[in-house]
Design a protein around this ligand. Sequence first.
Ligand code: SAH
Ligand code: SF4
Length: 367
Amino acid sequence: MNTLIAKALRRPGNLTRPEIAELLDRSDPTELFRAAYGVKLRYTGRMVFLRGIIEFGNYCAKDCFYCGIRRSNREVKRYCLSEDDIVRMAVWAFEQRYGSIVLQSGELESEENTAFVERVLQKIRVVTDGKFGITLSLGEQDEETFRRWREAGAHRYLLRIETSNPEFYARLHPPDHSFLRRVECLRVLKRLGYQTGSGVMIGLPGQTLDDLAGDVAFFRELDLDMIGMGPYIPHRQTPLGQGIEVTPAYAAAQLQLGLKMIAVTRLYLHDVNIAATTALQALDDRGREQGLLAGANVIMPNVTDTEYRADYQLYENKPCLDENAAQCRTCLNGRITGIGEHIGWKYRGDPVHFRQRVGEAVIRLTK
Ligand code: SAH
Ligand code: SF4
């Protein structure tokens, strides 16, 4: 066995940044994927956890240079679902035995938005069993908002750092978008007791392997519970997407790098939840399955009504635009059993890392 892989297997965090970069640079990742899959098996067996994602609105106050629904993109038809529609989709996912949902939208900071999400969470809590997992992915907010949403029933939050290199972050965003605020939000989320997730885009123009190695190290530094990362996919109506042609060779390279990031992150962190994100599937029909075989253990099928999907395109080539939630469910089941895994129906699937982190805190407090 490769000595670096053997070293990583010994315990979490057992690689230096140059060693992480060296693993990402391997031209034949077969052994890397196999080892990472072995680590995943150790923590969650052959079970894949589902989070049904509800993309409930595409209004966004931010203008990230890579994103298709950025504020300046005037070609997007903007929408926001009603409270009742969001609750209906959540209940559908609950009744279909999904263990969790994710509520995602553009980033809006206002009392109106805070209260809207708060009411949705309260309603979902009333009609589900209290064990249903609820993740939010609604961008940066102040501490009070995060606290209100936590009290209303959300218990996980996803906020990608996008890149852990502050100078690179500055090149991907307008000047009023702050790297430091994002990091601070992640710290606040942890302090408030959220299972906290972050991640990055992989294969951005100008990104180096050393940047990506720094990202993996950053995940550990922040002691995160969940990692959701995926390949960058150009969108023609964005500044960053100009002039990049998605050729088969480009797509294959982006996919491969994305899979290697999943594997190396699994080898470095061991016990976190890692999502095989939809962006993998946008590059290859079997991208998510390949993600699972490279060490991921979570999938986020879309449960939003079909009519809204085309208006929520963070990147182009988004898959399953013309399928409905029931079709996605059936299709996914076949895909997962096809690789020898099975879906953890009704499992909330909390990250082992979070359980240990919180357990340890409790032990520390009672000593
Ligand atoms: N507004 C919220 C949630 C929606 S965006 C937020 O920004 O946190 C969710 C994620 O989509 C972002 O974090 C970003 O990593 C990803 N994303 C945006 N544009 C993308 C693109 N062109 N390719 C791949 N991922 C993209
Ligand atoms: Fe808005 Fe999120 Fe897209 Fe940035 S990445 S423009 S915050 S939806």
